[in-house]
Design a protein around this ligand. Structure first.
Ligand code: PMT
Length: 404
């Protein structure tokens, strides 16, 4: 299931140069499963055509108030009532002022008053307008009504100036929408997720590492935030940007990861170890780059790294522990063994030899093994979808634990 499946989103577009991003925003929302109905103000029509939005959304585009009257006759006035969200992007200074004062002189502002769905505004204008006390006061006023706002980006503006006022990228707005609409079944949970590889230095330029991209762990952190958890992400070296709303702590070695995990543990309710932590590290790291000289071979003595999950399990602080098992053979046997050894509540087993599973790729194929001996096999899914299913399982196990 896609994150926005079954959600009806009214997409209000107002007159501003950033309206050119509205079709892309609509496309992304639809790709994530939403049904999008675009509502354009008179000024928006100067920047974007209804035909573009109608083609992308496969829904009639609404532009004028009289349409609402006509729709009432054919029974569609319920749109603001049926909607799960009214998103206005871009939201001009003008529409923010109207919303702050409860004006309803066009279709969009009328719908804003008529709907009981959450309202999310993505302001976009010149930095001079954005900084004006009137605009700031109007934004404060709409926030008092319970409307949410997305912070505008800072950068080069259409007016030639540089400052705050840019419409955030459509992907960022979609992430805000998903945070707003996701079920909040992890509310109250404090989660530590680990992700990515660790790097164990041989000398200042060489490291011992593995092929983990961090995607699985980052998806778990992102989905947990959407579902209401407070999340600390302890990440080995990756190329990935920090997920929105996550406290990111970057580390290099297994030992640094262990230290960060232990430092974050106080108050943590769930530890999710998706990182591919090195099991061994060079016994010594040379202070200078090692010269190859005439050598044809090179032996390195390795020693064990700390086992982070085992260390946490031994402390017996009652965290709900989730481990991963990356295997190339005897998947279930190895996963059960790791589960016992590390006293886990749940283990996510991936056979990394299966196409589309494990390291680097966008997808994964996993089995969820719980402490009661149940096994759930998931098909090949996007890592974000895998993360959703893992959290579904964790949330269900946590609910069962609650008294009553
Ligand atoms: O990052 P991606 O490219 O998206 O790839 C995802 C993944 C393949 C890395 C992920 O799905 C995965 O399987 N992560 C765990 C990999 C691993 O190290 O498995 P393991 O079987 O060696 O370790 C078992 C568990 O103990 C893991 O939860 C691991 O984080 C933990 N561990 C391991 C070693 C160690 N020193 N300390 C640990 O806590």
């Amino acid at each position: 299931m896609q994150p926005l499946s079954g959600k009806i989103i009214l997409l209000g577009v107002t007159g501003g140069i950033a309206a050119y991003k509205a079709p892309e925003l609509a496309r992304l929302l639809i790709r994530r499963g939403a049904e999008v109905h675009a509502v354009l103000t008179k000024h928006a029509l100067e920047f974007v055509t209804p035909l573009t939005l109608q083609t992308l959304t496969r829904q009639p585009v609404h532009t004028e108030l009289f349409q609402l009257v006509r729709e009432q006759e054919i029974g569609h006035i319920a749109l603001p009532e049926r909607a799960h969200l009214l998103l206005i992007a871009p939201a001009s200074a003008d529409v923010i002022a109207k919303l702050a004062h409860g004006l309803a002189d066009d279709l969009l502002t009328t719908m804003a008053l008529a709907t009981r769905a959450p309202v999310l505004l993505a302001p976009s204008m010149s930095d001079l307008m954005y900084d004006h006390p009137a605009v700031q006061a109007n934004l404060e006023q709409v926030r008092r009504y319970g409307y949410r706002t997305v912070e505008p980006g800072v950068g080069a503006l259409a007016c030639g100036r540089v400052g705050p006022g840019r419409l955030p990228e459509p992907e960022e707005i979609v992430e805000e929408v998903e945070i707003l609409l996701a079920p909040k079944d992890l509310e109250g949970e404090r989660v530590v997720v680990t992700a990515g590889p660790t790097e164990e230095p041989l000398d200042p330029v060489r490291v011992l590492s593995n092929r983990s991209s961090g995607r699985m762990g980052y998806a778990l952190a992102q989905v947990a935030v959407r579902r209401g958890a407070q999340v600390t992400l302890v990440s080995g070296p990756t190329e990935l940007p920090a997920p929105r709303g996550v406290e990111l702590r970057r580390v290099g070695t297994a030992e640094q990861m262990r230290d960060e995990v232990l430092a974050a543990l106080n108050g943590t309710t769930i530890l999710m170890m998706a990182a591919a932590v090195a099991d061994f590290r060079p016994r010594t790291a040379a202070p200078r780059k090692l010269k190859k000289g005439a050598a044809q071979t090179w032996s390195v003595e390795l020693e064990r790294t700390p086992d982070i999950l085992l260390d946490v399990a031994k402390r017996n602080e009652q965290q709900f522990l989730v481990g991963f098992a990356a295997e190339t053979e005897e998947l279930l046997e190895n996963a059960w063994r790791k589960m016992q050894e590390k006293s886990l509540d749940l283990i996510v087993a991936n056979d990394v030899t299966v196409p589309g599973a494990g390291f680097e790729v966008e997808t994964n194929v996993v089995k969820l093994l719980d402490r009661d001996g149940k096994i759930e096999s998931l098909p090949i899914l996007d890592k974000e979808e895998v993360a959703e299913r893992i959290w579904d399982k964790v949330a269900a196990m946590r609910r069962r634990r609650e008294p009553g």
